[in-house]
Design a protein around this ligand. Sequence first.
Ligand code: KIV
Ligand code: ZN
Length: 516
Amino acid sequence: MPKETFVSDYIRQVSKEVKLPRRVRIFDTTLRDGDQTPGVSFTPDQKLLVARQLDRLGVDTIEAGTPISSEGERKAVTAIAKAGLKAEICGLARALKEDIDAALACGVDCVHVFISTSDLHLKHMLKMTHKQVLEQAVKFVEYAKDHGVTVEFSAMDATRTDLSYLKQIFQATVDAGADRINVPDTVGVITPRGMNYLISQLRPVIKVPISVHCHDDLGLAVANSLAAVEAGADQVQVTVNGIGERAGNASLEEVVMGLRALYGIRPNIRTKLLAETSDLVERLTGIPVPPNKAIVGDNAFAHVSGIHAHGVLEFPGTYEPISPELVGHHRRLALGKLTGRHSVEKQLRNIGVKATKEQLADITGQVKALGDKGKQVTDVDLRAIAEIVIGALPKEEKVVELKEVTVTTGSTITPTASVRLTIRGEERVGSATGVGPVDAAIAAIRTVMSEISELRLKEYHLDAITGGSDALAEVTVKLEDERGNIYIAKGVREDVVIASVDAMINGINRYFVGRK
Ligand code: KIV
Ligand code: ZN
């Protein structure tokens, strides 16, 4: 097993019992079945861009489109066929002369010929007999083959097709020259065990490479694809991000990493390009990758619980079955309410910040408090919090301490704020109005502190630390005393008003220290 992955002994044991293929071909159909995703329609230029990326990634076959379907499709498939890519370029065709001619005219290396074989499809769609379908399949596999291209034959709806008929049509098409046969689970209704059985039945009688094409209607496309490989399939048809008809196809990144991590089979794929390939397809299709999507989702290598984060920081294999670098992704420690002091300390070290024990406890407390309010703390947030805590005056030098602040504001009422604070231990309470909630809060501080009547707010600056409406607010204030001394201070909170009050109080404390 490769070193960068961590699998269980059970898998190793089972793997000994099956004869795994040494190599598995990756047939990518992002530009064909993926183009059948509701709401997706690649332009020829976009298709060429994706094809170049798939070629860099190392897929064995790029199914570039269905040439018979439109002028744009023919343009795209022709451009991809002429682009000088290493991958085999394939076009889809029904078992019909005009479809195959359209694909051949694009200059493809391979024609993927298909016809339905299940009784359900024969009765309700094709209105043909088994014999007629078999004859048509053989006739057009031969026709395509006569034009010197590689031919892959698919029995559509294979997993609902009578097994003896399926064997018969596959054998007949292989005899007619098919170079590979493909077993589509067209509506995603097989189980891993069923797929294993089906491929085990076909394997002894089919003398050419066997491929599978699994749909994800019941969320089993990847599991079924891997089960097929366990039973001797040589090729898997996949799409980037698992896009495709309805619930989509088996996802390329999951199949490739499953093969590599769980079976030690290394398809010809530069796995480091998986994340960027996923990003490209997400961008061009507008189909968002769910954050919890395996391998390429934003959360695929994000650790939240303190226990997990601790483990990963000590040794990544504790909670990462594959390393993020292997797929071009990155590890993220999402700090929040479940985060422990250990993770905060390590994460601070990672971002180059050193904190004392006391400061660490304070920073961890703030991280947890933010987590309790539903926020996850990013590295940028953490740095801002740490800067405030580390840059703060020691507790014994703090003259003023904020106990509470409340504000009321709205479109039809005057913003009003109340503050409760202590000055050298003496409690003071006051309120004031202002043009906005921040102005009211600062005015309220002034009403209870005659000692700062000479202190002027010279500058006020507000920054949202990260994007989004739940971003932490960083407020910087510049205060000037009667002698022209300047005191700069910051406050970082999830609430702009409280961040502003914190910044003011920090500045006032510096002012008092300066006057000692
Ligand atoms: O799902 C399917 O059966 C297909 C075939 C064309 C292979 O996409
Ligand atoms: Zn399909």
